[in-house]
Design a protein around this ligand. Structure first.
Ligand SMILES: Nc1ncnc2c1ncn2[C@@H]1O[C@H](COP(=O)(O)OP(=O)(O)O)[C@@H](O)[C@H]1O
Ligand SMILES: [Mg+2]
Length: 400
């Protein structure tokens, strides 16, 4: 993984003559004390983090916590008071006018909450606007706009005007406009926050599927934890301009850094975050295809279970044998399970959110197996451990 954006000790104090405020900050004075003393607002308080190439990095926090300020420092729409921001190896806080303009135009693109479309321009012209400003000739910029509009699902809408579009479609135009300049960094400030819940989820899915193809570095701002958990490869939590925790959705929910984050994550639906890998148990017992129905029956009796997984010598999952089938096979004189047509229970990979398995588990008479890419059995899912993980306040280790 290569580092794309490295932010070190970033500070932003709003207002002229920040020296006094900065030294108070250094001395550890709180934000409201500094405001009282100097009249200046601390937007960002000594924040450091690294964003990797290809990552969706979510900045999460309540209103006024400094999210937009951080994002706007990344392309210097807001001038940092101190600290460094290294992007592709260059400290952009040191760029002068022309280089800064080129950096902003070529390397970054922004998507806003209020779509910021130009009302008297068509969808196509809005999409091509950034390229127009850059001086790209008409044919070339319109070809590009047509292509990105198709990417975001707006083929056929090129000649419409913004007020002919729904909110979701407007934001697709916003996204298309941002994608049109082929920048490798996408800055999204509450881009989906103004949309209705269903449309919003649709846009989140769209962004995830686009990202699969685009592999951009995306900084996504939200105040919505569920959105953060869904989109973020990692999430940075801000409070009063300071970073509280940076981690994967799993880190954040399973090991919240402090009570502030605990309060945030308490309401989260754990079944969307925990995966089958988190709740699976060791695949024991199991038997192999060389065993016969008698062995199967003995193992089931020993463990008090009514079915058991069958694997081959390399642990590839071959199916499940039930008590009934074992008895029937034994009575038919079968010696080895190789000669039995085994029923196939539900099978999942270990990175599937539990939520997606609940319905399957409820409907299946056979236990669920967890397999790797080679279809080897690496775990089993039993109802009890799922329930335990979902109800536990912290754990999710599935020992129940
Ligand atoms: N231009 C500005 N002048 C003065 N204070 C500002 C300015 N922009 C933001 N702030 C203050 O900085 C803090 C962080 O704001 P912002 O980054 O917009 O928060 P968020 O995006 O998380 O809602 C807030 O206290 C806000 O009032
Ligand atoms: Mg904001």
């Amino acid at each position: 993984m290569s580092e794309k954006i490295v932010v070190k000790n970033l500070v932003k104090v709003f207002g002229g003559h920040p020296q006094k405020a900065l030294s108070m900050l250094k001395a550890g004075e709180p934000k409201d004390e500094i405001l009282k003393e100097t009249g200046l607002t601390v937007g960002i308080n000594d924040v450091s983090f690294t964003i990797n190439q290809g990552e969706i990095f979510v900045v999460m926090g309540l209103s006024g916590s400094g999210k937009s300020t951080i994002l706007r420092c990344l392309n210097r729409l807001i001038e940092p008071s101190s600290g460094s921001i290294t992007i592709n190896g260059t400290d952009i806080t040191k760029l002068k006018d022309k280089d800064l303009r080129v950096f902003r135009q070529e390397r970054t693109a922004m998507v806003f909450q209020q779509f910021a479309l130009l009302p008297h321009r068509t969808v196509l012209q809005n999409t091509a606007y950034g390229l127009e400003v850059k001086g790209v000739e008409k044919k070339q910029r319109e070809d590009k706009a047509v292509a990105v509009l198709e990417m975001v699902g707006l083929k056929g809408y090129e000649d419409k005007y913004p007020d002919q579009l729904s909110g979701g479609m407007k934001q697709r135009v916003g996204l298309a406009r941002a994608l049109s300049n082929d920048s490798d960094i996408l800055l999204m400030d509450e881009a989906f926050s103004a949309l209705d819940p269903l449309i919003r989820e649709e846009m989140q899915d769209e962004l995830l599927s686009l990202q699969q193809k685009m592999n951009k570095t995306i900084v996504f701002i939200t105040h919505d934890l569920n959105e953060a958990l869904k989109l973020g490869d990692r999430i940075a939590f801000l409070r009063d301009g300071a970073l509280v925790q940076v981690g994967t959705p799993e880190d954040i929910t399973n090991n919240p850094a402090n009570d502030y984050i605990v309060k945030f994550v308490r309401g989260v639906d754990r079944s969307k975050i925990l995966t089958t890998g988190d709740v699976m148990k060791k695949p024991q017992p199991f038997i192999t295809t060389r065993d016969g129905p008698g062995v199967a029956l003995r193992i089931m009796k020993e463990h008090g279970i009514s079915s058991v997984f069958v694997v081959d010598r390399e642990k590839h999952l071959k199916g499940v044998i039930t008590v009934d089938l074992a008895v029937e096979s034994r009575n038919a004189g079968i010696q080895s399970l190789q000669d039995v047509e085994l029923p196939q229970g539900p099978v999942v990979r270990e990175d599937v959110p539990i939520q997606e398995t609940l319905g399957i588990i409820a409907e299946s008479k056979l236990p669920m197996g967890v397999v790797d890419d080679n279809h080897k059995l690496i775990g089993i899912i039993v109802r009890g451990s799922i329930l335990a993980a979902l109800s536990s306040d912290k754990g999710g280790d599935g020992d129940a």
